[in-house]
Design a binder for this molecule. Structure first.
Ligand code: SF4
Length: 413
């Protein structure tokens, strides 16, 4: 299979040549700028690149160069293994007290009649729909409303765990937690501890956007700031919980803002080791207050994945949400540092489609997801939230697949 983006042709995975050979050829290329050669050598030697080098990559490195470096790191860490999980989403509300300019999802409190606001029992009813499904995770996220407070979520977590103890609850972000802990007059640590005891298992990576105040003030001025976001993750990590981190890129930020964002995450990860995956989220411009801002190209998406893989040397996984970037770009991303394409989520999530993602009804069966990964010569691994292997689909044949037929050969003695 071959992909064409604009006039760039990308093959799924170089054959014959090892990732080490590809990197060596690159380093020995006499036409490569010395700075790029030095960065490539650092990657080969396992040396962390600096802030300035991160910015330099964004400003000067071509996609093909970045692909070699990112793929080298990806394959050193994971080989061809490509992770996904079976999960479903519950979005308790799409009403929000905040006013993020890029948000296509929320209805403000004053537009309450256009939104939904679930009760705990309604959320449990959704959870029960998956009783017979082999899902391992429920992912909960949405808007922020006063009624869905600390007790609301504690009550939901307790009921969910009582109903299905083995289902991993990955829920909310520091945006919700900062709001509800403040209302409950609890410290970040005490609030997280309380909810962990109620059944919360881990935290997704949302709400990070761009940390630097120069940008954050313009796109998300009224919700938790970078320090608060990072502190809530830090407290969760201290409690033994794992979490992810995102970055909303491709709008009004400059390249150095992206590096600043990743630098803050890299520093916290050095301290706690609690992050599992970094997830770059592409800014989409439909139905929000930033519709006049053009979206970046797929080439920029791939460059961004690759630089994230190079910069965040202490993150195990780089994840691409296929539902947000399209199946084709998700496949391509597997050659640019990504090793996880999230889950077989169904259309219970509205977050991506409302922002203008290609996938308007984001549902993919396990077979489709496995095929998507195998078609670019990678090995599909179903994981649980904590990256334990649930099923290795490398050699798996689905029952409805047409199996090759064999002729009986004559027995020759
Ligand atoms: S991005 Fe999140 S916090 Fe911001 S307005 Fe939308 S739902 Fe609310």
């Amino acid at each position: 299979m071959m992909f064409v983006i604009s006039n760039i042709v990308l093959l799924p995975k170089p054959k014959g040549e090892s990732i080490v050979q590809s990197l060596d050829i690159l380093i020995q290329n006499p036409n490569l700028a010395t700075s790029l050669k030095d960065i490539a050598q650092k990657v080969k030697d396992g040396i962390r690149i600096t802030f300035d080098e991160g910015v330099y990559l964004y400003e000067h490195a071509e996609l093909s160069y970045l692909g070699v470096l990112a793929n080298y790191i990806r394959e050193k860490k994971h080989g061809d293994l490509t992770y996904f999980n079976r999960n479903f989403h519950i979005e308790p509300t799409n009403i929000c007290v905040y006013d993020c300019k890029f948000c296509s999802y929320s209805r403000m409190i004053k537009q309450r009649e256009e939104g939904w606001e679930m009760e705990v029992d309604g959320m449990i009813d959704i959870l029960k729909k998956y009783d017979d499904e082999p899902v391992t995770e429920v992912h909960i996220t949405g808007g922020v409303v006063p009624k869905q407070n600390l007790d609301f979520y504690a009550s939901f977590f307790r009921k969910a765990k009582a109903h299905r103890p083995d289902l991993h609850i990955k829920a909310l972000t520091p945006v919700e937690y900062y709001y509800i802990f403040k209302k409950a007059k609890l410290s970040h640590y005490d609030g997280m501890k309380y909810l962990k005891e109620a059944g919360l298992d881990s935290m997704p990576g949302g709400g990070a956007e761009i940390f630097h105040p120069e940008v954050r003030e313009k796109i998300a001025h009224d919700k938790c700031n970078a320090e608060q976001w990072l502190d809530i993750h830090e407290q969760a990590h201290h409690l033994g919980m794992r979490s992810n981190a995102t970055m909303l890129y491709g709008h009004i930020e400059q390249f150095w803002h992206r590096v600043d964002h990743m630098e803050r995450l890299r520093q916290l990860q050095d301290k706690t080791g609690g992050f599992q995956a970094f997830i770059p989220l592409k800014f989409r411009n439909q139905n929000n207050q930033m519709s006049d801002v053009a979206e970046v190209s797929v080439v920029e998406d791939l460059r961004n994945y690759a630089i994230a893989r190079i910069y965040l040397d202490n993150f195990e996984h780089i994840k691409a949400y296929w539902a947000m970037i399209s199946r084709e770009t998700a496949q391509l991303s597997l050659n640019f540092g990504v090793d996880d394409i999230d889950g077989t989520l169904d259309d219970t999530t509205k977050i991506y489609s409302m922002a203008g993602a290609e996938e308007q009804t984001p549902a993919m069966s396990t077979k489709e997801l496995v095929d998507l990964i195998k078609n670019v010569k990678r090995k599909p691994i179903e994981r649980d939230t904590l990256y334990n292997v649930v099923t290795d689909y490398t050699e798996h044949v689905f029952e409805d697949e047409v199996k090759p037929s064999y002729y009986k050969l004559p027995v020759v003695n």
